[in-house]
Design a protein around this ligand. Structure first.
Ligand SMILES: [Mg+2]
Length: 224
């Protein structure tokens, strides 16, 4: 049997591209949605093209702080928009969030939901802190994570659809991320976008996390 001929494979990249998980928030990032299960959802213009690029280049996950019927509507409309069936490990809602006991004095009725990536990693074993970026307009959501695992694009409002960041700016940032071959935390640290809110401060993290203690834990501490 003849030997296989020598084939020049030097044109191949030295290693296959890394899998990178993008965990997208929904409201305030991809759409502007009125509150309530039946509230109107206004998706960003050209969102489909942006998401199709993301689906082709990344592992795309959606994580909303909503639950119930609103989450179902997000799922249905995202699937209709992108023609992609979202698997159960690619769409998460309030169930995967932690709820801070802290309430902002200006909006005391509104719970603050947090998105600890550790809970997402437990659902998706291929994802970890070196290959995952949470993209969420609310810095509070990421207070349980390494700040280098998230960016916080300015909140999208349909009343001002041209306010930064546009989808092109986000796509450029993602194209460069796609070219990055190391730990994504280093990329985020070196390339924090100008169109992004800063991560939460240490004081804010303390406030949100102290508020997250379960009531019985607090009581136990107080009786000591
Ligand atoms: Mg949001």
């Amino acid at each position: 049997m003849a030997d296989f001929p020598e084939v020049d494979l030097s044109w191949l990249p030295s290693s296959p591209p890394l899998t990178i998980f993008l965990v997208f928030d929904v409201n305030g990032l991809l759409c502007d949605s009125d509150s309530g299960a039946s509230g109107k959802i206004r998706w960003r213009e050209n969102l489909n093209g942006f998401l199709r690029y993301c689906f082709a280049q990344f592992e795309v996950v959606f994580w909303s702080a909503c639950g119930g019927k609103k989450l179902e509507r997000y799922k249905k409309e995202l699937q209709e928009l992108t023609k992609v069936i979202l698997r159960s490990d690619r769409l998460f809602g309030q169930d995967l969030c932690e709820c801070s006991q802290h309430r902002d004095p200006l909006n005391p009725e509104k719970p603050i939901f947090l998105k600890p990536l550790s809970k997402f990693f437990a659902q998706c074993p291929d994802a970890n802190a070196s290959n995952t970026v949470l993209i969420d307009d609310s810095p509070d959501k990421s207070c349980m994570n390494d700040p280098r695992n998230a960016i916080h694009p300015f909140t999208y409002r349909s009343s001002d659809p041209n306010a930064p960041p546009g989808l092109m700016a986000m796509k450029r940032w993602l194209i460069n991320l796609r070219g990055w071959t190391g730990d994504v935390r280093e990329y985020v640290e070196r390339n924090r976008p100008a169109w992004s809110y800063p991560p939460v401060t240490a004081d804010r993290v303390r406030l949100l996390l102290e508020g997250s203690k379960a009531p019985q834990q607090t009581a136990a501490v107080m009786t000591l």
